[in-house]
Design a protein around this ligand. Structure first.
Ligand code: MN
Length: 260
């Protein structure tokens, strides 16, 4: 099996090398990751400058590794279209330093890299570790990610997207695995007002936050309770339940436009 590993924390992130090392027994691993940290880049791609690809050494990796001075989605699409000689059978993104649950899935470059693979027709898994402070035990998390990968129903050629989160690795955790839906609760975060060197007001997003709605039965609740969360995601954002209601409207002909 050919495996592409990417992330959003950048080519030097400890979670990337830990993950690439842990899946080395699953097949031929190639790493293509952003040259610099790209957390919260979402599904951005680069249009305004050409992408530079550099081959790099990644400790403990038998396969090749490349950095790209672009976004996570750039890395995956460029890897599939140009860098790799053959398309991968599986794309794994992570291990992100920080959980990607709830609406963070929309901001996440980790999830975007995996979603990009699915858009290219390749199954993909986004993997994130909830961390406390600035550090996480990526070596232990990588063992758990490898174990989850061995159980996920990944089918070659079936472009399905899985979002996996590992809880903080306190003693006794994880307590189990929960398959849960993504929370849609808004984030109750704060912009702190400050001023720059010219006295102009600037705003910094606060780190502490809560949620603006209930999180029972979702990925947020399960992760906070110490479970590994697994959520199948879809690239299709269509509200399929709403479709019939909207299409039942008797849509009139568009108005005739007058030119002036
Ligand atoms: Mn990140």
């Amino acid at each position: 099996m050919r495996i592409l590993v990417s992330n959003d924390d950048g080519i030097d992130a400890p979670g990337l090398s830990a993950l690439a090392g842990a899946v080395g027994d699953m097949g031929e691993v190639t790493v293509v990751a952003p040259a610099s940290p790209q957390s919260a880049a979402g599904h951005a791609i680069t249009l305004h400058h050409p992408l530079t690809v550099k081959q790099v050494e990644l400790p403990g990796l038998a396969g090749k590794a490349y950095s790209v001075d672009g976004r996570p989605a750039d890395c995956v699409r460029l890897a599939i279209k140009n860098i790799l000689t053959e398309p991968p059978d599986l794309v794994i993104s992570g291990i992100n330093a920080g959980a990607n649950v709830g609406i963070n899935v929309f901001y996440s470059g980790t999830v975007a890299a995996a979603a990009e693979a699915v858009m290219c027709g390749i199954p993909a898994v986004a993997m994130s570790l909830q961390i406390r402070g600035d550090s996480g035990n990526f070596a232990r998390a990588a063992q758990l990610c490898r174990w989850v990968l061995s159980q996920l129903p990944i089918q070659p050629g079936k472009a399905e997207l899985f979002n996996v989160n590992i809880p903080i690795l306190d003693p006794g955790w994880p307590v189990g695995v929960r398959v849960v839906p993504q929370s849609t609760a808004g984030i109750e975060d704060i912009y702190h007002e400050d001023s720059d060197s010219n006295g102009l007001p600037v705003f910094r997003l606060g780190k502490k936050f809560g949620f603006l709605g209930p999180t029972e039965g979702t990925d947020i609740e399960a992760l906070a309770a110490g479970y590994i969360t697994v959520t199948p995601l879809r690239v299709d954002l269509t509200d399929h339940q709403y479709l019939p209601r909207l299409s039942s409207i008797d849509w009139a002909d568009p108005p005739e436009l007058t030119c002036d």
